[in-house]
Design a protein around this ligand. Sequence first.
Ligand code: SF4
Length: 99
Amino acid sequence: MKVATTVETKLGHLEWKKAPETHITLKNAGADSPCLRCVDKPCTKVCPAKVYEWEEAHQKIVVNYENCVECGAARMICPYDNIAFDWPAGGMGVKYKYG
Ligand code: SF4
């Protein structure tokens, strides 16, 4: 019998070592940030690890870099090319146990 698997279940198989510094930043997070006029905010939808969250109260994207699975999806889908990504420092970030 085939068992249904969710993204959350798959993410539960991963391990992370939190880097002291973020490896993801917004190129423009200021008063003229493109995030303010980005209607669909696709980074908040495509990221399987929910790294990007729209904080309504502060009108900004919060980057939970410690959850990043380093897939690059958000960076590719951002219509304003507003996401700067670098790899976490050696030994930090996500660890894929089965691959
Ligand atoms: S997709 Fe890009 S421009 Fe849109 S909210 Fe996310 S980071 Fe900002």
